[in-house]
Design a protein around this ligand. Structure first.
Ligand SMILES: Cc1cc2nc3c(=O)[nH]c(=O)nc-3n(C[C@H](O)[C@H](O)[C@H](O)COP(=O)(O)OP(=O)(O)OC[C@H]3O[C@@H](n4cnc5c(N)ncnc54)[C@H](O)[C@@H]3O)c2cc1C
Length: 336
């Protein structure tokens, strides 16, 4: 059972209210710490990479390219999402391929676990809109997805309900804060983490009521895992490129690829309205793995790369276990 009594002797300041900082703040507040979460942007969170994310909670699909540590943190995080936000949809996810990507589709099936192969009829039974579109599909039933722009405010509300304070418009640096400081500034932490780089991810938001999907659909693509994620009210997010560049905006080439992927999934997307083009910089270390850095009472949580929503809960649990019990996770933590 989580403690809810405040511990006034252990103030915890968290910098950055993106997905990393929000989960840190939530678990520390629930454990009774006097938490203040500082965010330099406003409630809309448009400055955060998290604002632009797909929000897929897909540890099994990600195992195709990610290290085992991502699966470990991801699987634990699924439990934490279920515990804290029980209405998180866990409808699974689908992987499909154009016939010319058949070999890559089979490779994806070999490299991943916990999926079922569906034939065309099975796919149509699960997603009626996809009837007749693909000859088969991989179904990962245990995966989930969240809508970042809805889930961040929900987490912020839960932090306040647990006794934490959130200060928007609060641009702070660790040196001006007392007590334990947890730096979750994402790419902005490069002033102290020179190894950090931004990996650009582009997305497009479209709207149509011609297609209904209950779960993310990934389309095997030679360069990037492209996907269509259903949002509420007939919206769909098309994502995401992965480009070693730190500019903003969406290139024509990326837009063509993202829109082409949607059109391959269903031609009715050709009639959808484009609502938004956007991009975010995924904060990544050279090994693309997350890192909890510990220096006295200063902790940094960064490098969540393409897995922020998938792994932020488990990273917060590890940080809390370190602060409360001195527990070290050698795979993720680096102590100065
Ligand atoms: C297109 C795209 C799709 C993605 N899809 C997925 C997905 O499906 N699943 C998944 O798990 N991940 C996904 N990701 C990755 C995920 O978005 C990132 O890993 C995650 O957002 C990183 O979160 P963060 O909290 O570390 O950083 P951020 O979200 O950037 O948050 C950092 C915050 O710190 C604030 N800040 C900075 N400096 C200061 C300061 N001095 N004082 C106060 N506040 C400060 C910033 O304003 C910002 O709000 C995707 C990313 C992109 C770009």
């Amino acid at each position: 059972m989580l403690q809810t009594t405040k511990r006034p002797d252990s103030p915890v300041s968290i910098i950055g209210a993106g997905i990393a900082g929000a989960w840190q703040a939530l678990l520390f507040a629930q454990a009774g710490h006097a938490v203040t979460l500082h965010e330099r942007g406003d409630e809309a969170m448009t400055d955060a990479t998290s604002h632009w994310a797909g929000g897929m909670l897909a540890p099994y699909c990600e195992a195709e390219i990610a290290e085992p540590i991502i699966s470990r943190l991801g699987l634990r995080s699924l439990d934490l999402w279920r515990r804290e936000l029980p209405d998180t949809p866990f409808n699974g996810s689908l992987v499909v391929a154009h016939p010319r990507e058949r070999n890559d589709f089979e490779r994806f099936a070999r490299m991943t676990e916990h999926h079922r192969r569906l034939d065309a009829a099975g796919l149509a039974a699960l997603e009626p809109s996809l009837e007749g579109r693909f000859r088969d599909a991989l179904f990962f039933p245990a995966e989930g997805h969240v809508e970042p722009r809805r889930v961040l405010p929900k987490l912020h509300e839960r932090i306040k309900a647990a006794g934490g304070t959130i200060k928007f418009g609060s641009d702070v640096s660790a040196s001006e804060l007392d007590g334990i400081v947890i730096d979750c500034r994402g790419i902005a932490a490069r002033d102290e983490e020179p190894e950090l780089r931004g990996v650009k991810g582009e997305m497009i938001l479209i709207e149509t009521d011609e297609v209904q999907l209950a779960r993310p659909v990934r389309l095997i693509h030679p360069r990037w895992p492209l996907y269509v994620i259903p949002r509420e009210n007939g919206l769909f997010m098309l994502g995401a490129t992965s480009i070693e560049a730190e500019d903003t905006g969406v290139s024509v080439r990326s837009a063509l690829e993202l829109l082409g992927a949607a059109y391959t999934v269903h031609p009715a997307f050709g009639e959808a309205r484009i609502l938004e083009f956007g991009s975010g910089l995924r904060p990544a270390f050279p090994d693309n793995l997350p890192r909890i850095g510990i220096r006295d009472r200063r902790i940094s949580v960064n490098g969540l790369y393409r897995h922020g929503f998938l792994i932020a809960p488990a990273l917060a649990e590890l940080t809390l276990a370190f602060v409360e019990r001195g527990q070290i996770d050698n795979e993720v933590m680096q102590c100065a």
